[in-house]
Design a protein around this ligand. Sequence first.
Ligand SMILES: [Zn+2]
Ligand SMILES: [Zn+2]
Ligand SMILES: [Zn+2]
Length: 112
Amino acid sequence: MLGYGRAVAMTSGSAEVPCSHLDSVAPVTPSSTGCEDCLRMGGLWLHLRMCMSCGHVGCCDNSPNRHATAHWLEHPEHPLIRSYEPGEDWWWCYAEDLFFEIPDAPAAPSHP
Ligand SMILES: [Zn+2]
Ligand SMILES: [Zn+2]
Ligand SMILES: [Zn+2]
């Protein structure tokens, strides 16, 4: 647990994070440099997302196999992902359909 919500509230006072699931965020490291499920099955992906609870790297909903969403369906206690694309820093909460950014959070890792 990193307490981003509290940190944001304390430091800026303005950037309210609308998601109530920040407690599920862990200091994760990416599990793979590509979609680990596609790599296993020989699939192809378009964009990558990283689970912020366990570091699972999965492919986006524009990819044929939608492994990031599949990961959430399998692990509903992992509702938060971040983009794993270079230059993208946004978060997505599956449970609340929320798209947001956390200005004070450390930069997101991205695939090579
Ligand atoms: Zn949420
Ligand atoms: Zn995939
Ligand atoms: Zn996960």
